[in-house]
Structures are given as structure tokens and as C-alpha cells.
Design a protein around this ligand. Sequence first.
Ligand SMILES: Cc1cc2nc3c(=O)[nH]c(=O)nc-3n(C[C@H](O)[C@H](O)[C@H](O)COP(=O)(O)OP(=O)(O)OC[C@H]3O[C@@H](n4cnc5c(N)ncnc54)[C@H](O)[C@@H]3O)c2cc1C
Length: 379
Amino acid sequence: MYDVVVVGGGPIGGYTACQLADQGFEVCLFEEDDEVGKDVICTGVIGTEAFRHFNLPQTAIIRGIKSIIFFSPSFLTFDYTPSDTFAYVVDRGIFDSKILEWAREKGVEVHLGRQVRRIKINENLAEVEIGNEDSSQTVQARVIVLATGIKYQLHKSLGLRGPPAFLQGVQVETEVKDLSCTEIYVGSEVSPGSFAWAVPLDHQRARIGLLTGKRGTFYLNNFLKSRFKGRINEPNPKILQKSIAHGPVQGSVGDRILAVGEAAGQVKTTTGGGIYYGLLCSEIAVEVLKQSLHKGDLSLKQLVKYENLWKSKLGGEFRAGLWARKIMGKLSDQQIDMIFKFVQKKPKVKELMERKVKFDYHSDLISFGLKLLKGFILG
Ligand SMILES: Cc1cc2nc3c(=O)[nH]c(=O)nc-3n(C[C@H](O)[C@H](O)[C@H](O)COP(=O)(O)OP(=O)(O)OC[C@H]3O[C@@H](n4cnc5c(N)ncnc54)[C@H](O)[C@@H]3O)c2cc1C
């Protein structure tokens, strides 16, 4: 019997398995795909601080981000250019594989191409059924970690919940002319209440995408035609689409079970970025699991400590992000343009805003923005 079975070999499952094995536990990980990180729909932007803190794989870095230019609906701009590189763009294929390689080196048994189909929780152990109709296998573990990303079928069968809502992420990766730094666009034509991005990679390639509540492909097609006309060589770059959890799940734990990463809705409600929150919560999960495994208590009552800890760390961020999206959704294009004009005219305000920027924590900047907006609207 294993101490822990991890379901899902994405970055969060791999990182969690690696840390648990490092603590001396017997860990087995099942990933349904034959290869990790292949065809992943993700822009791959991760803050440099996260890279340092989690000691993430440097070999996955495609390029550093030093500057962002923000575009209003009528193309007014301002930039954010701190003194140093503040984020990296990664190759998710290399990133995910390297983390799994580290997990293997720590002693995790990694099985690719093996789907977990059912989990049964008994009083003294959990039973995990892996495989398909033709061949299946059952293994036993003391506790299960669900790191299944946006797949919530196993959750439902175990009485765990999925996130309260989803956004759509749509993206193309293609060759683009004259894109030297990351660009962010806002406005009702781009993506109502949300934003679009163009992130340059190497060899003139770029990831261009947007986040929206609905009609992702429609908005991205329009965006590419209007903002990148004549700059993209490929006539119809393939648009890839994926749901993104929007808000934390209500119950991320049960008896002998715990969800982490996007499987627990641990995704920024502002940008849809999930890697940093997932890794952060993975560390919390490992700490609680370590104590619980040593104690021999893997009950819901014990594991709920994990849920309390990650929600107290990130709850304010989730709420601020949800608020910010609501307010952004109510602003007209003219109002957004006015805000851009205001920031352009007031270098002091821009400077104050820049001081509030933290790549992975947005609540300070949001509350500063809200105060400005209130003053702005009230005159
Ligand atoms: C367009 C777009 C852009 C994004 N850009 C960014 C970004 O720039 N920065 C950022 O931080 N985040 C970004 N994200 C979000 C980020 O990709 C996810 O939050 C992140 O991949 C979550 O990691 P995870 O390990 O929790 O889940 P995943 O990476 O989804 O991994 C889950 C794994 O579990 C496996 N699995 C599922 N069910 C089973 C099963 N039953 N049995 C076995 N295996 C199973 C899946 O095959 C998968 O490999 C973006 C998302 C989208 C859609």
C-alpha cells in the first residue's frame, strides 16, 4: 500500500508528489496522458519570485518579461517597466516534464498513460482503480491527492465540489511581426470586462490570447483581425480553447482525500494564472499531509486544516479579483479611455500604482485602483 496516490501529472501534481517523496513517503502518481505538457493550452507566464521561491526548472524558460504595454480601447497606452525582469515565459512541455523528472528522482513511482477511473474511500484506506474497459488495476493508498486540473468527475463521485464558475481561455501561438514586448489590451471589442494579451517568445513567435466569459473564439478572431492585421503570416492560426476555474472550490478535502491546484480552483481570479497559487497551496498541502500521515489521522476533520490555511492565505486575493472583474465589466470604453488619459497625465499616480504592483498578489493594486476610481467618478 502506498502512503499517497497523486492523480494528475501537471505541474501541481508533480510538485506535490516530489515534495511528499522528499519527506520519505511512498508516493505513486498516475497521469492519463502519455506525455506531460504536450498540447497544454497555457501562456506559461510565471513571476521571477515564484521561480526563485519554488526553485523551478530554468531549462523551461523561453524568455524574460521586462516590460508590459497596456492598450485602451482607443489605443491610448501606458507601460510598466520596472528595473528588472519580473516574469518568465516557459515551455510547458519542458516545465512539466522536468518537475516529474525531479519527482522520479525523489522516488515517486510515475505512471503515464494511466487514467484513474474510480476512487473508493474505505475506513482504513483508499482504493484507486486505474485503466480502461480492457485492462484495469487497483492500488491502495492511505490518502489521495487530486491534481486533475479542470477535470472534476472524480470530485463529484467523492462528494467534493468543483469551482463556482469558469472563464474561457483562448489562445494561438504563431509568428508575429514587430512585437518586441508583452502587450495587454482591454475594452469591449477585445473582451468585455476582461483582457487580451500578446506575449512574444523567441524566433518572432508569440502567444496571443484572451480571457472571457463566453464566445472566446469569436473575440479572439476579431482581436487578431483588428489588432494584428498584416502582422501574422499564418492565414488562420489554430485557436485553442480551455476552461479556467474562476473562484475557489467550496470543499477541497474529504476523508482520505485532498484536491490541489486547479482541481481546487486555486487560480488567480484576476488573470486566470494558476501555477503560482497551485504551487503555494501544494506546499501547504504537503505540510498538513506530513502531520496527518505521521499522526495516522487522515479524516476530513484533520485535513480541513489544509483548506483553512490556503483559504486564509488567498481568500482576500480571490475576493479582490472577483470584485475587480465585476467593476471592469461595468466600465464603458469611454470610461476606460478616460482612466488611461488620467494615468498618462499624472506620472505621480502611475508611480504610486507601480509601487503597489506585486506579480502574484493583486489585492493592494486593486484597492488602490478602486479608491482612484471612486475619486474619479465622484469628481
Ligand atoms: C489560455 C490559458 C492561458 C494560461 N496562462 C497561464 C499563465 O500564463 N500562467 C499561469 O500561471 N497559468 C496560466 N494558465 C492556467 C494554468 O495553465 C493552469 O492553472 C495550470 O496548468 C494548473 O496546473 P494543474 O497541475 O493544477 O493542472 P493541469 O496542468 O491541468 O494538470 C492536470 C493533469 O491531470 C491529468 N488528469 C486529469 N484527470 C485525470 C485522471 N482521472 N487520471 C489521470 N490523470 C488525470 C491531466 O491529463 C493533466 O495532465 C492558463 C490557462 C489557459 C487556459
